[in-house]
Write a protein that binds this ligand. Structure first.
Ligand code: NI
Length: 164
């Protein structure tokens, strides 16, 4: 297994739509393993395949919850509800944080490495993360969605406190 180079904002590959994976062979399994290794090495909680320069609909996530490491093929959102706003960052946009409005609950499905369909009802951080990673598969970065102006300032104060 190997660490992969994470592509940085400005690289055109991050703006392209990734293609569906039709067959889960050893190459795909190795790719997901490399993605997980790269994600942990960079101390990220999620990684989408375009971030290592390959336009396949593959995502790894580990938000430290009961699901552990999720290796996902063709993840897809089924239902969303509610709303949450929180700070986000991205391995492809180093040293940038921004507040993004996301659904509070996200029901999503994916195919696991054994070819079985899995469905997860996510809330909180996992809900944010799956939205962020599926956006990557569609060429969208969180900075496209981040709040601006007074609204952003309000959340910054709420999260980080008033500046001295
Ligand atoms: Ni990201």
């Amino acid at each position: 297994m190997a660490l992969r180079n994470v592509r940085i904002d400005g690289d055109p590959v991050l703006r392209k739509k990734a293609r569906k994976v039709e067959v889960i062979d050893d190459k795909i399994k190795d790719l997901l393993e490399d993605m997980a290794e790269t994600m942990y090495d960079s101390e990220g909680v999620g990684l989408a395949c375009p971030q290592i320069g390959i336009l396949k609909r593959l995502v790894t996530i580990d938000v430290g919850d009961e699901h552990g490491l999720l290796k996902m093929v063709n993840p897809e959102i089924l239902e969303i509800s509610g709303e949450q706003v929180g700070p986000e960052g991205c391995l492809s946009i180093p040293d940038v944080r921004g507040f993004v409005r996301r659904p509070e609950k996200v029901k999503f499905k994916y195919t696991d490495i054994d070819g079985n369909e899995q469905i997860i009802d996510a809330t909180g951080l996992l809900a944010v993360c799956i939205c962020h990673e599926i956006d990557h598969l569609n060429g969208i970065l969180f900075t496209d969605l981040a709040l601006e102006g007074e609204e952003a300032e309000m959340y910054e104060k709420l999260y980080y406190g008033e500046e001295e």
